[in-house]
Design a protein around this ligand. Structure first.
Ligand code: GLN
Length: 192
């Protein structure tokens, strides 16, 4: 059974933990660098990317996780987690860092502010239609050819990827953990 961590510094940790518990995986909450030992994968939850970035640095997880990602460790970032994995953040704080593991540019709150949050069905390659919950979601405005696009959405201003993957690194603009549909998590855990 794969052991999957959920980065438990800030954000919707509990929802990811319960969704993963429904799948055939061992779930571990990650709060310290040593919690990353012996994991097969890690989910970076939604929340506030600036806060999670700050806590990654102060907890000491930032560099340990960076080395692991570079060595092929599997990670899936949802919403704020996607921002943390991206190469370029648009509309971020000037001192905001990210891992740069996905060659994409994301605009924070690119679909609008809290009040513009929305739900939309999303067609995921090889899976079917899943419910997409978008809360102050990042918009992927640029993506390179090396990035596999698993789902696109047109929310009135053209098609933008909302689920992407490059090798061991997965990014999701929406919140699959806030629905009853665990197929996006299943895609990730099946890859471990
Ligand atoms: N807009 C938030 C950020 O920049 C992300 C929103 C979310 O994770 N629901 O961190």
């Amino acid at each position: 059974m794969p052991r999957v961590g959920v980065l438990a510094l800030q954000g919707d940790v509990r929802e990811h933990v319960s969704m993963l518990q429904e799948l055939d995986v061992d779930v571990v909450r990650v709060r310290h660098p040593e919690d990353l030992d012996n994991l097969d994968g890690l989910v970076l939850p939604g929340g506030e990317s600036t806060t999670i970035a700050y806590l990654l640095a102060t907890s000491g997880i930032r560099t340990t996780l960076e080395e692991k990602i570079n060595a092929g460790f599997s990670v899936m970032g949802t919403c704020a987690g996607l921002i943390l994995l991206s190469r370029e953040i648009l509309g971020g704080r000037s001192d905001q860092w990210s891992y740069g593991a996905l060659d994409i540019s994301v605009r924070r709150n690119g679909y609008g502010r809290q009040i513009a949050s929305f739900e939309s069905p999303v067609e995921v390659k090889g899976v079917g239609v899943v419910p997409g919950v978008f809360i102050r979601a990042p918009k992927i405005e640029r993506w390179s050819d090396e990035v596999e696009v698993l789902a696109m959405l047109d929310h009135g201003d053209g098609q933008h990827p909302v689920l992407v993957r490059h090798a061991n690194v997965w990014g999701c603009a929406f919140h699959p953990e806030l629905t009853l549909d665990s197929r996006v998590h299943q895609l990730f855990t099946d890859s471990l």
